[in-house]
Structure formats: C-alpha cells, structure tokens
Design a protein around this ligand. Structure first.
Ligand code: PHE
Length: 492
C-alpha cells in the first residue's frame, strides 16, 4: 500500500517533502512509509534525505497532571475555603507525591499559608500548568520560559522524530519491477531468462550462522592417536584409496588365494571396475613364485597361483594393504639408493562383508603402526607396543600367540581393563614374514614389526558406548556428536 502510494505520488509530483505529513495525508502508518522508503532508496527508485524534528512530549508524570490537574492546584483545592486544616490532616487527603510538590509550589505561588495549620491566602486559582501541558499535548507552541520550567520539573521532554524527504531516484519507475532471484529450469526451458531482470547478488549480506562444527568422537580419538604416533616419530601413510586390488590387499601379504578371508562372504568385491589396471610386473612374478614354490627358506603353499584372482578389485579389508604398498616402495628405493629405516602409521576406514551386530560393522577404522629396520626382534615389538599403549593409558599388557598369514611370530594383544576387571583383547601384531618382505626386495637383515587395532574399540571404551551402532552409521544420534566431551587419553 505505502509503496504504491509513494511511487504513484512521485509520478505527478516533484517530491515528498515530509514523510510524516505524507503518512498523515494518505492515512498510512509512518513506520510503514519509512520502511518502504528505505527499501526503494536501496534499489535506487527514490533518493531519500533524512529529516529530523525535535518535538516536546509529555512525560508520564506530565500526562498524569494533564488529566488530574497540577499538584499545587490539587493541594489548594484540598485546603478548606474558610478556616484552616492541620498539616497531618491535609496530608491524608492527597497522594504523597502531590502533597510534597503541591506544598512547595502552592507556597511559592503564595496561594496558601504554610505552618502547622494550613489555610488559603487567595480564594481562586487557575491551573496554568495543566493548561500548558494540554497545549503541548495538542502540538501547540508555548512560551519559551514556560517550556523551560516544565522541562525543569520533568513534565515534558524532547523527542526526536525521524523521517524523510523523497525525490525520484535514478531507477525510478511507477511500479516496482519484480526481479528473479534464481535461474530456474522453467526460465531456461521457456527462454524467459532472456527478458527477466535478475536480482543483483548482495555479497555483503550476512548468511545464516552455520550450526555445525562438532567433531565426532571417532575423529577426536583419531586426532589424539595421530599425536601419539607423531610424538613417537612415526610418519603417516597416505590412505586415500578405499578401492584396492586383491594383489596389494592379500597376495603381496602372502595370503594364499584359497584363504577364506578372500571369499565374497567376507570381502566386498567390486563389479565396476572389476579388475585393477596395472601392477608392477616383475614384483608380481616374484609374489607368484613365493606362493607357488616358496624360496628364502620357505616351501610356499604349493598351488597354482592365478593372476585373475590377484587382479580383482575390492574394498580394502585392512589398512595393511597400504602398508604393503609403502613397504614395497621403501624396498625399491633401497635398491636404487640405500636402505633408510622407517616408522609408519595409518588410521583409516576398512570394509568387511560382516553381519552387523552390537560389536561389528561392515565398515570400521583401523589403526596401524609399523617399524622397518635392520635386526628387529620380537623384543622390539613388545617394547614398542608397551610404549604405544601406555601412552593410551593402558599399562598392563599381555601377549598371546596367534596366526596371521603375513606375520610370524604373531601376537594378540590384551590389556587389563580396570573398569571391567578383566583382560580384554585390544589388537593384533607380529613380524612380517620373509615370504612377504624378500620378494619386495628387502635384504635378509631387514625386519618389519607391525600392529593393528580398531579405532572403534578404544573410542567406545573412552566414551562409555556399548553398541557400535550408536557410534557410527545411520543410527547415530546427532546429539551425541554435539554434546560429547573431549576424550580422556593422557598423552605422555
Ligand atoms: N591386518 C591385521 C588385521 O586386520 C592387523 C595387523 C596389522 C596384524 C599388522 C599384524 C600386523 O587384523
């Protein structure tokens, strides 16, 4: 309404000299008129100039006296026309504020005789104060001396009124053009986009504040673990490949092709791309040979190794696939230059075709560490594990012999859980076999000690979560992510 009125008026008039007057003349609310002017000014339909006017308005007290009469008159009227009244009696007749102000003003005006007994000095008074207040309320001008005294008595105050004077702006039009904010499918299909005027992009508009930024418990624990590895001088391995070939995931690790883990019941194989594009051929040949007939003091598995099986793509089942690639690269570099010992770690996602229950998921995270150096022994492995786990707050460790196709000896790692009062399995470890390391090109004196554990297990223990599905996957309660505290690993 206000918008049409303003734009329409400007069509036939020079300008609007006062938005307040304009609002009154057109029966509009001044604040609506002001809002429309601001918006029209922003879009250059009009040029608006501020106008400020100071007006006098009644204060709350002033309003009261405009209605009920000034305190001095109220007091005067309470004094009897004849005789006198005791001060205490008079006090009961009027309200306390009126009494106090009324006494001093009436005495000043010489209307009453003050003392213990109060009596009138004149028979009739005029309420000038009330009259002045009513004039101010009506918007009439009054004598400056009177105004000053009303201000001094805090019966009136100055109020600043803000409005605008308006003229046509550079982009004036009698009706505001509707501008489009989005380029839609319909605009493109119908060709309308050619004629439509698009709203200009406002680069300084503030967007809605983002309501995110909460770290998942797994990410928090992961960061702490990374800190621990870095403090132990371990380098992070690049884990950015979920898709891996069977070759790096299994064959390079001396895992036979008939091994049950390579069954589609255990591993997710890819349909597309079904096979890997390239493998290092010389090395593949050596891996084939060690599987079939051994070498380096081993008898091998004695079966027909098939290239097609090694080519199959899968979602990596463990981060040890990354370790095998990295170790191969270390061995190749050693052949060209000289051998450099390495400490590597990785923390990332792995996938297994498993039935999901409260402790298992089809995808989870593995933490893996390895040390590659000359002359390493099981004693070194135990020492490194003790160092690593004590930094996680697990001091009491026990080891139990185990089997992995790629490590010998292998050990399961147990830690004493104070809360549960028992030993719990926390990881797996071992020394990589010569059947794995020698085909890569490592010399006989180089050993690799390694261990692996899941990230979910320690996170669940730290956060007191007993169902893995509450931690990871589509059933996670987002409130848990928002509210969970920092984790409690003490880094030493
Ligand atoms: N890859 C093993 C697993 O998936 C963990 C492991 C890593 C074991 C390194 C020994 C050495 O459980």
């Amino acid at each position: 309404m206000a918008e049409e009125a303003i734009l329409g008026y400007l069509q036939n008039h020079e300008g609007i000299s006062d938005s307040g007057q304009f609002a009154t003349d057109h029966g509009l609310d001044h604040s609506d008129v002001v809002n429309v002017i601001k918006s029209l000014h922003g879009f250059r339909y009009v040029d608006a100039q501020d106008i400020k006017r100071e007006t006098d308005v009644l204060t709350e007290e002033g309003e009261k006296y405009a209605e009920q009469g000034s305190p001095e008159v109220q007091l005067f009227l309470a004094v009897p026309a004849e005789g006198s009244i005791l001060k205490e009696e008079l006090q009961k007749l009027v309200d306390p504020a009126v009494f106090k102000i009324g006494c001093s003003q009436a005495a000043k005006n010489k209307w009453v005789q003050m003392g213990n007994q109060i009596s009138r000095k004149v028979q009739h008074v005029e309420d000038r104060i009330k009259d002045l207040l009513l004039q101010i309320r009506d918007g009439q001008e009054i004598d400056t001396g009177d105004k000053k005294s009303l201000k001094a008595r805090k019966l009136i105050a100055v109020q600043t009124w803000k409005g605008y004077s308006v003229r046509k702006g550079p982009d004036y039009a009698p009706i505001r053009r509707r501008t489009a904010t989005d380029l839609t499918r319909e605009y493109l299909q119908g060709g309308d986009w050619r004629n439509i005027e698009f709203k200009e992009y406002n680069f300084s508009a503030k967007g809605p504040p983002p309501e995110g930024g909460h770290l998942h418990p797994l990410n928090k624990v992961k960061e702490r673990l990374k800190d621990i590895f870095r403090l132990m001088n371990f380098e992070e391995m690049p884990t950015n490949r979920y898709v891996e070939s069977s070759f790096w995931n299994f064959d390079a690790l001396f895992q036979p092709q008939q091994h049950p883990a390579r069954d589609s019941h255990d591993t997710f194989f890819l349909k597309a791309p079904e096979t890997t594009k390239q493998l290092p051929e010389d090395y593949v040949e050596l891996v084939k040979r060690v599987h079939e007939s051994g070498g380096y003091g081993s008898r091998g598995y004695g079966y027909d190794w098939k290239r097609e099986e090694a080519n199959k793509n899968l979602l990596r089942t463990h981060t040890t696939a990354i370790s095998s690639r990295m170790l191969y690269a270390v061995a190749q570099l050693a052949k060209q230059q000289s051998f450099t010992p390495k400490r590597y770690f990785s923390i990332d996602r792995v996938f297994r075709n498993e039935a999901v229950d409260r402790t298992h998921l089809a995808e989870f995270h593995q933490i893996e560490g390895l040390v590659c150096d000359r002359g390493l022994t099981l004693g070194h492995l135990i020492g490194v594990l003790q160092d690593f786990f004590s930094r996680l707050g697990m001091d009491k460790l026990k080891f139990k012999p185990a089997y992995n196709p790629y490590t010998e000896p292998s050990m399961e790692i147990f830690s004493y859980h104070e809360g549960l009062g028992k030993w719990v399995e926390i990881g797996n470890s071992g020394m990589f076999r010569p059947e794995m390391l020698r085909p890569m090109g490592f010399s006989e004196d180089v050993n690799v000690i390694a261990w692996g554990l899941s990230l979910e297990r320690p996170t669940m223990i730290l956060y007191g979560i007993d169902n893995i599905r509450e931690l990871f996957g589509h059933k996670v309660d987002l409130a848990l992510v928002k509210r969970n505290p920092l984790c409690l690993i003490g880094i030493q």
